[in-house]
Design a protein around this ligand. Structure first.
Ligand SMILES: [Cu+2]
Length: 310
């Protein structure tokens, strides 16, 4: 049965600070090393320095200058860790709410197959980007997605990967495709670059009804995000089993959640009740980062759906 997120959770996730956090986290790490068609870096040295000064330098870039995955720099662990933090965050709020119909995040037990009655693939729309059109096809499921699912649940395959390789492969070889495949026509789409007469992302996109799965500003507001990320997160358990690892997840890198907000959650779930100076400071810093990254030629999050950009 499909259960929707309790309204209180959806409202929390729709807060601007959570939207900003998620979109910036993905944009900064995807584009840190990116170059445009003329071979110019997407972020200049000065811009990178500003982002560093604000505390938002990605610990490890996830893509190289050409948009290919960096599989061996442990950036994949960042992906798994940060999204696990998001799940823990939502679970904390869910346990406070105590709604028995939705006690905690539970991932898909398998990627929804063709014609799944509970999680049908929403229809394609005319203006959808090509990568969305591709991911929604039956062919994409049958020839790519289900094979990847088989790999990522196969102990033999998993045992040959490091945790960082697993995270990188999951993110770009199946997770991005899932975001696009289950996205619904948003009607109006948030422009990736806000207009020159604006100085930040329009607050109209903060409405809880904007929960478009193909935009990281809104994807986590959509209940399907939690099904697919639950599935991704469960692969860590499969991987540990395949490598005979018990106990804690053997993260090989350390995160300091206090000084590096990009790693984890920025707030307690009670955020709506208490906004203090610390919260405002975090939000202001994100607004600064949003200004720096507001430019064309960015690799847009979720657009890398294979080993390369479609
Ligand atoms: Cu994400």
């Amino acid at each position: 049965m499909v259960t929707m997120l309790p309204p209180k959770v959806k409202l929390m996730l729709a807060l601007r600070e959570h939207r900003m956090h998620h979109v910036l986290w993905h944009i900064v790490r995807d584009n840190w090393e990116a170059e445009d068609d003329d071979g110019e870096p997407v972020f200049s040295d000065a811009e990178k320095q500003s982002i560093k000064d604000i505390g938002w330098e990605p610990p490890r870039p996830s893509l190289d200058k050409d948009g290919f995955r960096k599989e061996n720099n442990k950036s994949g662990e960042d992906f798994l860790f940060m999204h696990r933090q998001m799940i823990l965050h939502v679970n904390t709020l869910l346990s406070e709410i105590g709604d028995t119909s939705y006690p905690k995040v539970v991932g898909w037990t398998r990627v929804p197959p063709l014609n799944d009655p509970e999680y049908p693939v929403p229809p394609v729309w005319n203006s959808a980007q090509d990568s969305i059109k591709t991911c929604k096809t039956d062919d994409y499921y049958s020839n790519i997605m289900v094979l990847r699912e088989n790999d990522f649940t196969n102990p033999e395959y998993l045992s040959g990967l490091t945790l960082g390789q697993l995270g990188s492969q999951l993110e770009y070889r199946i997770h991005n495709g899932m975001h696009l495949r289950w996205a619904s026509d948003p009607g109006e789409e948030r422009p990736l670059v806000y207009p020159s007469d604006a100085d930040t992302i329009d607050t109209k996109w903060d409405n809880p009804s904007y929960d478009y799965l193909a935009d990281p500003y809104s994807s986590h507001v959509n209940h399907i995000f939690w099904k697919l990320h639950g599935w991704i997160d469960d692969r860590i358990t499969d991987w540990m089993r395949a490598r005979n690892i018990t106990g804690e997840v053997p993260w090989s890198v350390e995160w300091d959640m206090n000084i590096m907000p990009q790693h984890g959650l920025i707030h307690e779930p009670h955020l709506m009740a208490k906004m203090d100076d610390g919260t405002n400071n975090i939000i202001n810093r994100m607004e600064e980062v949003a200004k720096i990254v507001n430019k064309p030629n960015l690799i847009t999050p979720f657009s890398v759906i294979d080993d390369g950009i479609i």
